[in-house]
Design a protein around this ligand. Structure first.
Ligand code: AMP
Ligand code: MN
Ligand code: MN
Ligand code: MN
Length: 331
């Protein structure tokens, strides 16, 4: 499978009309430049294969409806949703970027590293992800034991009932706990049970930074620091982390994230420039229940950022493909 599912057909001028209204313009009479720089990118999203609530197909359909041209599916520690997502993307004429979000422990803190344009067949990457899923299962059992000590029974089966895919996440425990009436909503349930110093918190011992970036890079992808403003680090620690990430071969930082304020995005843009990292943007969408984070609505990258997609060749591809389209209408 090519790294990006580019599905424009030379023989079908309407193939891409849903996501790109301007492609319907009369290109014979209107000498508009074929190069386009206004594609809409959302490079961080989740499906039911991890802790999202939409199936890969439903996620891609929603992205298309929201005007996304380029979508990365980046489930936690699993790539099993990409085949279905890719099939739907092909049908709709949306480019799907094969991605993943890898759980990492660095200096005792959990970080998330997104991989973009990975070869999902890469054996080293898949072995690493399988190991992380096993760690998740063991951690889930421990979370359930601790909740039981706290008087909450049946949490393992309860969380598993919310997990449609092969990974068990704190999100699934959160949904179970809310459903069973132990907390009002997702924000409150994390605060009450699932974060540091709370009864259901178990620190995972995830991949090392070197492993995660190494797997992604070996699989031909670009490693991206996910939502860097969410780790509550001092500026010094964040700089140390970014330096370690660069040393491992990391390529990019999520400047714009659904969980970043405009101020945080501006701050992360400074880090991107200072450390010569490419800038990524993604909603971190988990489903329509999370009303504060819509798919395909990341704000534009701040001035001066070099986008992570700069060498993906999407605009050039569009130019190449528009030529035979124009000729086809002649005959
Ligand atoms: P895990 O990787 O299993 O430890 O679960 C982490 C996931 O929990 C993240 O990817 C988020 O989707 C979710 N999460 C973490 N903190 C919160 C929070 N405060 N409110 C809602 N969801 C959260
Ligand atoms: Mn999540
Ligand atoms: Mn994350
Ligand atoms: Mn995420």
């Amino acid at each position: 499978m090519s790294s990006i599912a580019n599905t424009h057909n030379n023989d079908s001028s309407g193939a891409n009309s849903g996501a790109n209204p301007e492609s319907n313009s009369d290109s014979q009479n209107n000498p508009q430049p074929a190069l386009r720089h206004d594609l809409h990118y959302d490079l961080h999203s989740h499906s039911t294969l991890s802790d999202g609530t939409l199936t890969p197909e439903a996620l891609v359909r929603r992205a298309h409806a929201q005007g996304v041209d380029v979508l990365a599916l980046t489930d936690h520690d699993v790539t099993d949703g990409l085949a279905e997502a890719s099939a739907t993307a092909q049908e709709l004429g949306l480019r799907l970027v094969p991605g993943v979000e890898i759980s990492v422990t660095w200096s005792g803190v959990t970080f998330h590293i997104v991989g973009l344009n990975i070869d999902i067949e890469h054996a080293g990457l898949q072995a690493g992800l399988a190991n992380l899923r096993a760690i998740r299962t063991a951690r889930g059992e421990e979370i359930a034991r601790r909740l039981e000590k706290h008087g909450i029974e049946g949490a393992l089966a309860g969380a598993q009932a919310f997990a449609a895919g092969p990974i068990l996440s704190r999100t699934h425990f959160a949904r179970f706990l809310v459903d069973a009436g132990h907390a009002k909503d997702m924000r409150k349930v994390f605060k009450k049970f699932l974060v540091h110093n709370r009864p259901g918190y178990v620190a995972g011992e995830w991949a090392t930074l070197e492993e995660a970036v190494g797997w992604i890079t070996a699989a031909g992808g670009q490693a991206v620091i996910a939502h860097p403003a969410r780790y509550r680090l001092s500026a010094t620690r964040l700089r140390q982390f970014i330096e370690a990430f660069k040393e491992c071969g990391g390529a990019s930082i999520e400047v714009v994230s659904g969980s970043h304020s405009a101020g945080e995005a501006a701050g992360m843009a400074q880090y991107a420039k200072r450390y010569e990292l490419l800038a990524s943007c993604g909603s971190d969408y988990h489903g329509p229940e999370q009303s504060w984070q819509e798919l395909g609505r990341p704000m534009p990258l701040p001035e001066g950022c070099v986008p992570v997609w700069q060498d993906w060749g999407l605009e050039e591809r569009q130019q190449v493909q528009q030529v035979p389209q124009e000729k086809a209408t002649d005959g």
